[in-house]
Design a protein around this ligand. Structure first.
Ligand code: ZN
Length: 305
């Protein structure tokens, strides 16, 4: 039986998921994100919400929404780079249409919330959820709840500069980032960065998945590239430790699934840490691709009670 639902709003797809009482996905429906303008986008979003109400046969089904973007907590105004919602108040538009509050949260914060509540970070007092996919972003959950965010930012670690020392150590260029800055973390340690690094060394384009497979099969250059990438990713983990000092960092996103990655990253981080400090536990997200949506469904259920 469907007890709650969630929508995952991304730049390419709007994914609706219906969950049972154990927060397992029962049904899922994806549509392409309408990118022409806000009105077209809202038509797509509402169609997905209507679908959840229809298949659950519950007009008051708790539904939450995660967004690959920022929502200002004071004004409700969204900012997103790949979805036509910037300058608009999605929450107010949903309330006008459905007559109720539908919780709306940044997708990385939703992942952290999910993993801290019944996921890999369940037993930890503070959890950072780090998504390493096409880009890099993170969220923070403390004591099982989302902390106050003054501007609605998540943990925007992907757009903090990569350590100059690390860039120099590996003799890498200063790559520019889509955000307008140069040498952002995500240019060096996202899933896409693995392809960029391999291309730099070989002039050959190869997906992150294939690079990991080639490394496993013993290709020396793939092993070198993966090891450089892991060192750069550990710089990101170290920056998270120095700033937020979480009890654990839970990894999600496509690149988190590279075989044997978690213990290798934990070891790479150990080599960077200050002598007497411990380090956060490095864990793999328990709920995979559905984790952010699961987090929003859980939040919607809590807000309904
Ligand atoms: Zn950037």
């Amino acid at each position: 039986m469907i007890v709650c639902g969630a929508i995952d709003l991304g730049g390419t797809k709007i994914e609706a998921r219906a969950f049972d009482a154990s927060l397992h996905t029962i049904e899922m429906k994806r549509i392409a994100t309408p990118t022409t303008d806000f009105d077209a986008f809202m038509v797509g979003l509402c169609a997905q919400i209507d679908w959840l109400y229809a298949i659950s046969e519950q007009a008051d089904l708790p539904i939450g929404v995660s967004l690959a973007g920022i929502i200002n907590p004071t004004t409700g105004i969204a900012t997103a780079s790949n979805i036509p919602v910037s300058g608009h108040n999605i929450g107010a538009a949903l309330k006008a249409r459905y007559g109720r509050n539908i919780p709306l949260v940044n997708d990385c914060m939703a992942l952290a919330y999910s993993e801290a509540n019944g996921g890999a970070g369940q037993d930890y007092p503070s959890v950072v959820g780090l998504i390493v996919g096409t880009g890099v972003g993170a969220g923070l959950c403390v004591g099982g709840t989302l902390p106050y965010r003054h501007s609605g930012l998540a943990v925007e670690i992907g757009h903090i500069g990569m350590s100059a020392q690390a860039v120099a150590r590996h003799n890498l260029p200063l790559w520019s980032c889509g955000c307008g800055k140069t040498a952002c973390m995500e240019r060096y340690m996202s899933g896409s960065a693995l392809t960029t690094l391999y291309e730099l060394k070989t002039n050959e384009t190869c997906s992150g998945k294939d690079i990991a497979a080639r490394s496993k099969a013993g290709e020396e250059i793939a092993q070198q590239v993966l090891s450089i990438w892991e060192d750069l990713a550990a710089e990101c983990l170290f920056a998270i430790q120095l700033t937020l000092d979480p009890a654990c960092i839970v990894l999600g996103g496509g690149a988190s699934l590279i075989d044997g990655l978690i213990p290798r990253l934990a070891e790479a981080l150990r080599q960077k840490q200050f002598s007497d400090t411990g380090q956060p536990e490095i864990l793999l997200a328990q709920h995979g691709d559905s984790s952010g949506a699961r987090g929003m469904a859980l939040m919607a259920m809590k807000e309904n009670t």
